[in-house]
Design a protein around this ligand. Structure first.
Ligand code: FES
Ligand code: FES
Length: 223
């Protein structure tokens, strides 16, 4: 009996379970494999990025459009990709840039990017630059200058119709175009005309007051 007990004891002593060590070694193995895989993926991604970069470097000449736009009465030559929006072209590709139209939502919901295309307000983030060729593009800069603002621009200053000012070029452009169509609007009509423009600062009452004040200055007689 004593021998049997000794055998069992010695068997246990000879092969003691060592879960923590095994777990550690397994962990090292998995972590090592994971690291190797991560290295491999990183190298692959890097190689693919280099190939894409090299291919892209060859593409621009084939994929670039050379356009001439009429912006605020000036002919502006620009090279852009076919997918480039009018807003991006004005702000990022013209030199000097035209930054009155603002990039806010970029999906046609806020009106900050409003410009006039042949006199009609459009969201320039939804118009391709290529589609503006042959049309007159008017931005807020083209409506007046600091020395000679149009009636709406003056009224916005006089009525203090802005807070952060990000929405302001869009409102000024929209209202300037609207007052040419309807030089003597009611408050309700002004509100309706501005429904495509969003002011996150909530300056609407002053904006509408400015529009009505500008109407009194007969903006429709301005060029
Ligand atoms: S940026 Fe174009 S509608 Fe908002
Ligand atoms: S003044 Fe700030 S968004 Fe209109």
């Amino acid at each position: 009996m004593a021998d049997e007990h000794d055998v069992k004891s010695s068997t246990k002593r000879e092969a003691p379970p060592d879960p923590s060590r095994r777990r550690f070694l397994k962990g090292v193995g998995i972590a090592g494999a994971g690291a190797a895989l991560a290295d491999h993926l990183a190298q692959t991604a890097e190689a693919e990025a280099k190939i894409a970069e090299a291919e892209a470097a060859k593409l621009p000449t084939a994929a670039t459009l050379n356009l001439t736009l009429d912006v605020n009465g000036r002919r502006r030559n620009v090279s852009v990709e076919p997918r480039t929006t009018l807003l991006s072209t004005l702000r990022n590709h013209l030199e000097p840039a035209v930054t009155g139209p603002k990039l806010v939502c970029d999906v046609g919901t806020c009106g900050a990017c409003t410009v006039l295309l042949d006199g009609k307000p459009v969201y320039s983030c939804l118009v391709l630059a290529a589609d503006a060729v042959g049309k007159k593009v008017t931005t807020v800069e083209g409506l007046g200058t600091p020395q000679s603002p149009n009636a709406v621009q003056s009224a916005f200053v006089e009525q203090d119709a802005l807070m952060c000012g990000f929405c302001t070029p869009g409102f000024v452009t929209t209202i300037s175009a609207y007052l040419k169509k309807n030089p003597n609007p009611s408050l309700a009509e002004v509100r309706e005309a501005c429904k495509g423009n969003f002011c996150r600062c909530g300056t609407y009452p002053r904006v509408f007051e400015a529009a009505l004040a500008a109407a009194k200055k007969a903006v429709n007689r301005e060029p």
